[in-house]
Design a protein around this ligand. Structure first.
Ligand SMILES: [Zn+2]
Length: 62
């Protein structure tokens, strides 16, 4: 099974070693909470978290 990591910069959750969202390599396996954004333009959560791309995001990344 692949290990999922959350990006410390944008909180995007990925199985890659580089964040496909912001290209950061600063990823952490230690994250909690999960939001799935389908429609960033019409999502209040996406606005608060400054998310512009749909995907899965961690609430907290340590
Ligand atoms: Zn990122």
């Amino acid at each position: 099974m692949m290990v999922e990591r959350a990006c410390r910069r944008c909180h995007y959750i990925t199985e890659e070693k580089v964040c496909p969202n912001c290209k950061s390599t600063d990823l952490s396996e230690d994250f909690s909470g999960l939001v799935i954004i389908f429609d960033p333009k019409n999502s209040a959560i996406a606005k608060v978290m400054k998310i512009e791309k749909k995907g899965r995001y961690a609430i907290k990344v340590r």
